[in-house]
Design a protein around this ligand. Structure first.
Ligand SMILES: [Zn+2]
Length: 437
């Protein structure tokens, strides 16, 4: 959409901003002597045109695009988002004024277009400012980017939808460590797959202690938690955490008892000679879809009942309350969160017996869906193999193993979801986005 900059012809209009007429239809403009029509920008290819009109009662500029859609840009918004070097610092790209500085009665003195740029001269300076006759220039491609919410969300890759999966749909497709570490293509693949499926496997990772954080840092800084910069998952006698034993470790997400649970988790196998101990994964978004369609009432209950998560052990007291399902504003891949970690639930002391019963029924139905073997993807990580997964989407767990049969050692770390989204946007802007990765 943004790339269609050359696809339209433009007819240009200027107007006196003080005029009281509510709307200037395109035809009447040229007959109104106070306004003038500039030359159309040359473009023989495009059959239609973009037209700028001032809409007085809405205190806005209207752009009519070639597909006949119209977008309104309020004068306050336009002045606030001036792209000039006085308004946005040319090197650090930060805004140099605040939205609080825009006079509420700001309006254009004139509007003209030059090539594919709309130029506005404003009738007054910013509050507390002296910048008389400030000139703002808005490339049409920029206006088009902010033409509506969908358009700006497309620019930010916020319209992508997750591709939920079950066992039969998840295709194991190893990414080579060298490709990932040393080529944009490898990194682009991993980032898109994490976005689409929430689960990626990398092969050929050197079995060194520092490898897992090096793999993480290819996407963004390590998220250090009270477990440290990285953590070891080994069989340890008298373990402080259930993950460090040889028992079955049921599906869960990490650090639900913190203010910001990590978005991405990495686990790297350094050693594995035990019998058992497979890693298991479930796409919780699929379980949510199933719950929502089969038991809508239970879905509602799980979106509205806060669950207690805590970690009270070893000199720590961590605590957070959040609903099992946080439905986002729209259905974008990262707009929804599932919060599920039965091992770290604390007492739900804030529910009445009736509310409690409703919650337990809903939670049990959701848990049954999660435990459905048809959803489960299972794999035993061999030394040098690494998994990355979206911690707030893909549930992970481990089958039990015989601790006497050998050694098992995984090393893990976390990164923030923001780092992944950052990489996704920059790489996809450069190379495009594919839902098939
Ligand atoms: Zn400016």
């Amino acid at each position: 959409m943004v790339s269609s900059r050359l696809a339209y012809t433009l007819r240009q209009y200027a107007r006196n901003a003080q005029s009281a007429r509510p709307v200037y239809p395109v035809r009447s403009l040229s007959t109104t002597s106070r306004l003038w029509t500039a030359n159309a920008t040359a473009s023989t290819a495009a059959p239609s045109e973009a037209t700028l009109t001032a809409v007085a009662d809405k205190e806005a500029l209207q752009v009519q695009w070639q597909d006949n859609k119209r977008s309104l840009y309020g004068y306050l918004w336009l002045r606030d988002n001036c792209q000039c070097d006085q308004c946005i610092h040319p090197s650090n790209r930060q805004k140099l004024h605040s939205s609080a500085d825009i006079p509420l009665d700001i309006a254009p003195k004139s509007v003209i277009t030059k090539d594919d740029v709309a130029e506005v001269v404003w009738n007054k300076p910013l509050r507390h400012g002296q910048d008389k006759d400030h000139v703002s220039q808005y490339p049409l491609s920029w206006l088009q980017r902010y033409a509506n919410r969908e358009s700006s969300e497309t620019y930010r890759f916020e319209t992508l939808r997750p591709q939920t999966w079950d066992q039969s749909q998840y295709e194991l497709d190893w990414v080579d460590y060298g490709d990932y570490m040393h080529s944009d293509e490898g990194l682009h693949t991993v980032v898109q797959r994490l976005y689409n499926k929430g689960l990626v496997f990398i092969d050929g990772v050197p079995t060194r202690d520092e490898s897992v954080t090096q793999v993480a840092e290819r996407i963004g800084p390590v998220y250090e938690t009270f477990y440290g910069r990285d953590f070891d998952v080994k069989n340890v006698a008298k373990s402080r955490n259930i993950a460090y034993t040889s028992l079955y470790l049921g599906f869960h997400m990490d650090l639900m008892y913190t203010d910001s649970p990590p978005g991405i988790q990495l686990l790297h196998s350094l050693q594995n000679t035990v019998t058992g101990g497979a890693s298991i994964f479930v796409d919780s978004y699929r379980a949510v879809e199933m719950l929502k369609s089969q038991y809508p009432e239970d879905y509602q209950t799980l979106t509205s009942t806060a669950v207690t998560f805590h970690y009270v052990n070893d000199g720590h007291h961590m605590y957070y309350r959040r609903p099992t399902i946080v439905a986002g504003e729209n259905d974008a891949a990262w707009d929804m969160h599932v919060n599920y970690a039965p091992q770290f639930q604390g007492p739900m002391d804030h529910l009445s017996p009736q509310e409690g019963k409703r919650f337990y029924r809903a939670f049990q139905r959701f848990a049954d869906l999660i435990e459905d073997e048809k959803l489960r993807f299972q794999l035993t990580l061999q030394p040098g193999q690494l998994v990355m997964f979206a911690n707030r989407r893909v549930l992970h767990g481990r089958t039990s193993f015989d601790p006497l049969s050998g050694d098992r050692h995984l090393k893990g770390t976390y990164i923030h979801l923001d780092s992944l989204k950052d990489k996704l946007r920059t790489l996809c802007e450069k190379y495009g986005y594919s839902s098939r990765v």
